[in-house]
Design a protein around this ligand. Structure first.
Ligand SMILES: Nc1ncnc2c1ncn2[C@@H]1O[C@H](COP(=O)(O)OP(=O)(O)OP(=O)(O)O)[C@@H](O)[C@H]1O
Length: 257
């Protein structure tokens, strides 16, 4: 994967002219350009099949075939969180969080990370003993213990109930304020995107079709600017009124897990 993009910050993300197709029926990514500054939180939305996960996998280095179809520059330290926690069921929590971590202070760092995500005292638990929300907290701890410069998250809260999602939003915001990674969050939830991100980008036709900066005084639906941003994004998705589809989440809806 290319890492030299003309002296741009190594702590940010730069994508230039990225193409990806899986068969002859056309491209999923069609010359996509994207920049994410160090410490910036970007939410990625788009209809089902618009290529969100394809882009995330390319940035994560999980799609080797994407090489040669554009230029990608990501920081050295990248962590990925998925919808399911992907904890190893045969390892206790601390061992999961520190898996692959080097250094004599690995356990100490792991315990600190577990405390940060609200799982202090659960280091000896097996993953199966945790709720879905707790497992996602552990997945966040496993990511952040590596001090990533870039956190890639593919619908990390998609399988959680509404209340747990709200708690996870709080947690993620707090963790990002402390650790300051650049973040790319794939989500179907427009509200989640607005509440969490500095910028929301919409993928359509294999390119960034909308790029909206979020400047809310308070990060909640109570902010007077919230409804306008939501309407703008739903409009861009073609999701208002009779065109409301089922492949993303409109206000008041929650995706079934
Ligand atoms: N490994 C693969 N082989 C063949 N086709 C693929 C592969 N990965 C993705 N695709 C296709 O590429 C398109 C984009 O898929 P992708 O998963 O990136 O979309 P998405 O926007 O993340 O969708 P969703 O919101 O439903 O998760 C889809 O048509 C999908 O079938």
């Amino acid at each position: 994967m290319a890492t030299d993009v003309g002296g741009l910050s190594a702590a940010g993300v730069t994508v230039r002219n990225l193409h990806r197709s899986f068969n002859r029926s056309g491209g999923v990514l069609n010359g996509l350009d994207l920049d994410i500054a160090p410490g910036e939180f970007v939410a990625l939305i788009g209809r089902s099949g618009s290529g969100k996960s394809t882009l995330l996998r390319a940035l994560a280095g999980l799609d080797r075939d994407v090489e040669g179809y554009g230029r990608i520059s990501v920081p050295e330290q990248v962590s990925v969180v998925f919808q399911d926690s992907r904890l190893l069921p045969w390892k206790r929590l601390l061992a999961n969080v520190t898996f692959g971590l080097e250094g004599r202070d690995a356990a100490e760092r792991g315990l600190r990370a577990l405390t940060e995500v609200g799982l202090a005292g659960r280091e000896s638990a097996w993953p199966a003993e945790l709720s879905g929300g707790q497992q996602q907290r552990a997945a966040l701890a496993r990511s952040l213990v590596r001090e990533p410069q870039l956190l890639l998250a593919d619908e990390p809260f998609g399988a959680l109930d509404a209340l747990t999602r709200l708690q996870m939003h709080e947690l993620l915001r707090k963790l990002c304020a402390v650790h300051r990674p650049a973040v790319l969050l794939v989500t179907h939830d427009v509200d989640e995107a607005i509440v969490l991100a500095d910028r929301v980008i919409l993928l359509d036709g294999g390119v960034v079709a909308t790029d909206l900066r979020i400047d809310l005084a308070q990060r909640s639906q109570a902010d007077p600017g919230f409804a306008g941003l939501r309407h703008q994004l739903l409009d861009a998705l073609g999701a208002t009124g009779e065109h409301l589809g089922s492949d993303f989440i409109a206000p008041g809806q929650r995706r079934a897990s």
